[in-house]
Ligand binder design. Structure first.
Ligand SMILES: [Zn+2]
Length: 166
């Protein structure tokens, strides 16, 4: 029987360890992660192939990823807003090494994309592709390249990358 500790947690007994961590010879350390209402709706939108933000009527800002409270006004946001899957490159980098420091034959272009319909400066970090890295410019118009609907799982990787428009 788990017992409460003075710090509010739950102490585990030796029997708990045997049950939780040595079931069938491997750890049974399952967990759940709650992303909250704002990011939950954002991830649901990605699965449907759309970008969702929220709007604050008081300061007239539309933000992405969505928040449920405005960090400027300290009040609840007023509405969910479906945004375009297009935007402009706010800033970018040309990376010749991967996240785990392996040299890349083809460089990656991580960029902050200001999403159309969101307030200026509101954007998401993603990759840009289908473009010569030397041709990428701040302000360049880009569009999301989505995975096919059957392959989407409600993650930012449901967008493969952004590519230049036109
Ligand atoms: Zn506000």
């Amino acid at each position: 029987m788990p017992r409460q500790t003075e710090f509010g947690g739950t102490a585990l007994s030796n029997e708990d360890f045997k049950t939780f961590f040595h079931t069938q010879g491997s750890p049974n350390a399952r967990y759940a992660w709650d992303c909250g209402v704002g990011i939950g709706k954002y991830l649901d939108g990605l699965k449907e192939g759309k970008l969702v933000g929220t709007r604050c009527d008081k300061c007239r800002r539309t933000v992405i990823p969505p928040r449920v409270h405005c960090e400027w006004c300290f009040r609840p946001m007023d509405a969910w807003v479906d945004l375009a899957d297009t935007g402009r490159i706010n800033t970018f980098s040309i990376s010749h090494v991967s996240w785990d420091v392996v040299r890349l034959e083809k460089p990656q272009i991580p960029a902050v994309i200001e999403i159309d319909g969101a307030s200026p400066g509101m954007g998401i970090l993603h990759l840009v592709d289908e473009v010569d890295p030397q041709a990428v410019r701040i302000g360049m118009k880009v569009r999301a390249v989505w995975k096919p609907p059957a392959e989407r799982e409600g993650a930012i990787t449901d967008i493969r990358y952004f590519k230049p428009v036109g």
